[in-house]
Ligand binder design. Structure first.
Ligand SMILES: [Ca+2]
Ligand SMILES: [Ca+2]
Length: 226
């Protein structure tokens, strides 16, 4: 049975058979904002869909908390390069982690049960210098948009065995509560994978913040770690 993670919970990465979980996916599933508006002159009802662009990213730190590697969208590379930030990319240098690519809308017409952005992980390929991998989620607002996590109909994260297109066994899941406590919050540190006594473990962090862009969340993680 899949583990329902609570904020702050720490778990071992083991399958129900007791074997270490080394090949799995971290996926995020979310919905677009759909509202009904009265039609022209108050007649009829019209469904209005507002796209929700969440971005799943991760950074890898060494034992001293230095940035070793990262996965975040290359779509912002022009801006990143102008501001001297490392350029975005969708796979890690060691080939251990790969991102499925940018989803800019979220599910329309309700939860389709599939993850919209996925990072596929093979822990056996992760560089030995990497000690911690932090996963985080940011809302990218298009021009004229101004919503936060409290307005998104649903957002869930899960770890499962399978591929970016097939779910075999769900190991654990975490429902991001999209209630009023998330008002004004556009960033969320989801959790971290880390090494302990030669084994990988996972902490569900679930910490929202008011960061406007993912580089702020990245800097927050590194600063809080040190
Ligand atoms: Ca996205
Ligand atoms: Ca979905």
């Amino acid at each position: 049975m899949a583990i329902s993670l609570q904020k702050g919970q720490k778990i071992d990465l083991r399958k129900s058979s007791g074997e270490a979980l080394t090949n799995f996916c971290v996926g995020v599933n979310w919905g677009a904002i759909e509202t009904e508006k009265a039609g022209l002159f108050g007649f009829g009802k019209k469904k209005v869909v507002e796209d929700v662009d969440l971005d799943l990213s991760c950074i890898m730190l060494d034992q001293s908390g230095n940035l070793v590697d990262w996965i975040y969208s290359p779509d912002y590379n022009a801006w990143l390069s102008k501001n001297n930030y490392p350029l975005g990319k969708l796979s890690s240098k060691d080939g251990g982690l790969k991102h499925s690519g940018d989803d800019r809308q979220g599910d329309v017409g309700g939860d389709d049960g599939l993850d919209n952005e996925i990072i596929t992980i093979d822990l056996n390929r992760v560089s030995p210098t990497i000690d911690k991998i932090y996963f985080f989620l940011n809302i990218y607002l298009n021009q004229g948009q101004s919503f936060d996590f409290s307005q998104i109909p649903f957002a869930k994260i899960r770890m499962y065995e399978g591929t970016s297109t097939r779910v075999n066994t769900v190991h654990s899941n975490y429902d991001i509560v999209t209630d009023s406590s998330y008002r004004g919050k556009r960033a969320l540190i989801l959790g971290k994978l880390y090494r302990k006594n030669g084994e990988w473990k996972f902490d569900a962090i679930g910490e929202p913040s008011e960061d406007q862009i993912f580089v702020q969340t990245m800097q927050r993680i590194i600063k809080d770690y040190k």
